[in-house]
Design a binder for this molecule. Sequence first.
Ligand code: FES
Length: 98
Amino acid sequence: MPVVTIQPSGKTIETAAGSSILSALLAAGVDIAHKCEGKAECGSCHIFVQEGRKSLSRIQREENEKLDTIIGVGSKSRLACQAILGDEDVTVEVLSFM
Ligand code: FES
């Protein structure tokens, strides 16, 4: 089971491979913003993946198009609702809370 480490708090979450980072964070009580409920439409769940990026699902067209509209996007950016966890641990920086 992959472990998600949340920065800057350092909180860790053990979760199941195959779930989105957004689902894992919400299930653990992390109040990450997610205004469109995971449809890749709002961009509010924008995160930086500090470690473990290669273990995540590939960025699909809808996510890429939304990321292109967000100020401050960088090479570590993902939408938490679209990034599906693999078997490896990841470290993420949550940028926006509800
Ligand atoms: S929750 Fe809206 S883009 Fe992820």
